[in-house]
Design a protein around this ligand. Structure first.
Ligand SMILES: Nc1ncnc2c1ncn2[C@@H]1O[C@H](COP(=O)(O)OP(=O)(O)OP(=O)(O)O)[C@@H](O)[C@H]1O
Length: 348
């Protein structure tokens, strides 16, 4: 994990002041999602039975180490899984409609307008050959009925709202004329243009300088909150999630190992893997990584051990863990998949 300034730069009051109540129908309900890749060297069960729900305006952190399946969950929701990958099973209900059953043409309508994306590398989303203004305008032409003057006004307003000065002039600039941080602001502006209901942000600040990271995170949260948009924040960085997200879903080897409200999970993790992730959050007071790292490495997903995939790295593992895969146990708004979950006394 790299050090992040997010803990210092974003005050808790700002982050958790407006947590929406967990009531009402979910905007997104992912149910038993299985996305597998059929490769020559075996089947990669990248996402293997993942479920979670997100209500309008909520921010959910999707966390875990590299290879856990976070990005594949995001791509599955967006309908961007290419062969040899395939959604094998499960439903992705967005406003009650199963995205997993839609055609590419139907999904194209939803992408950008209802669900937008922000990736780690801004150049994944930006076309280097077109001006920023043209790219913004195309998005509005595709998803709104605004006339040319109204579209231009909206583009300027959006660029200003993400902190880009001289916005009218910058419309005619090309992506390479912006710095990395400014480019990510442009991507966020484009993502928010059509006022989407959901944004999927995959490591949106990982590639940026640490001082820029906190600015971009603050900006994203403001945009999200102001527009009532929900967000899935995909990251390996639990420090970022602890500042940004209302809820956390922890993935390990393609499965949910823990889920719950952020503050509660951070204070009282039930799964030893979550405990390990928390213990390895860099200490903001000293800008140093904590000494406790999770021992061992994530196993090869094609050759998972029998029983619990985390057992070989777990300080609590017993014989049962090598025999049976733990089921996800749901208790109120918390859930964990561990035969020997941590209790209050174990947590500190
Ligand atoms: N196109 C593909 N073909 C084969 N395997 C794939 C493909 N895309 C992803 N995978 C595998 O799926 C698993 C989950 O990958 P994913 O990128 O979702 O992990 P992640 O948690 O997002 O990690 P990272 O932070 O490194 O992106 C990994 O084992 C990865 O190797």
């Amino acid at each position: 994990m790299t050090a992040t300034p997010a803990l210092e730069a974003v005050s808790p009051k700002e982050t958790h002041g407006e947590i929406p109540a967990r009531t009402g129908a979910p905007l997104l309900a992912v149910e038993g999602l299985r996305t597998w890749f059929h490769t020559f060297s075996g089947t990669v069960k990248a996402v293997d039975g993942v479920s979670f729900a997100l209500r309008p305006g909520e921010i959910m952190g999707l966390v875990g180490e590299s290879g856990g399946g976070k990005s594949v969950v995001g791509f599955s929701i967006l309908g961007l899984i290419d062969p040899p990958g395939r959604i094998e099973d499960g439903r992705i209900l967005f406003e009650g409609r199963n995205l997993a059953g839609l055609s590419e043409a139907e999904l194209r309508q939803i992408r950008g307008r209802d669900i937008a994306m922000v990736f780690q590398d801004p150049m994944t989303s930006l076309n280097p050959l077109h001006t920023v203004g043209r790219q913004m305008d195309e998005m509005l032409q595709l998803h709104t009925g605004l006339d040319a003057a109204a579209r231009r006004a909206r583009c300027i307003e959006m660029l200003e709202s993400v902190g880009i000065s001289r916005a009218a002039d910058r419309l005619s600039a090309y992506p390479h004329q912006f710095s990395g941080g400014m480019r990510q602001r442009v991507v966020i502006a484009i993502a928010m243009l059509a006022r989407p209901k959901l944004v999927i942000a995959d490591e949106p600040t990982t590639a940026l300088d640490v001082t820029i990271q906190a600015q971009i995170l603050k900006l994203m949260r403001r945009q999200i909150r102001d527009n009532g948009t929900a967000m899935i924040l995909v990251t390996h960085d639990l420090a970022v999630v602890s500042e940004m997200a209302d809820h956390i879903t922890v993935l390990y080897c393609g499965k949910v190992v823990e889920r719950g409200p952020t503050d509660d999970v951070i204070r009282r993790p039930a799964h030893p893997y979550t405990r390990g992730l928390i213990d390895s959050i860099p200490d903001p007071a000293h800008r140093q990584p904590r000494l406790k790292q999770i021992p061992g490495a994530v196993p090869d997903i094609r050759k998972l051990p029998k029983g619990c995939s985390f057992k070989d790295r777990c300080f609590r593992a017993e014989a049962l863990c090598g025999e049976r895969v733990p089921e996800l146990v749901v208790q109120g708004d918390r859930a964990h998949a561990c035969h020997f979950p941590l209790t209050e006394g174990d947590s500190r």
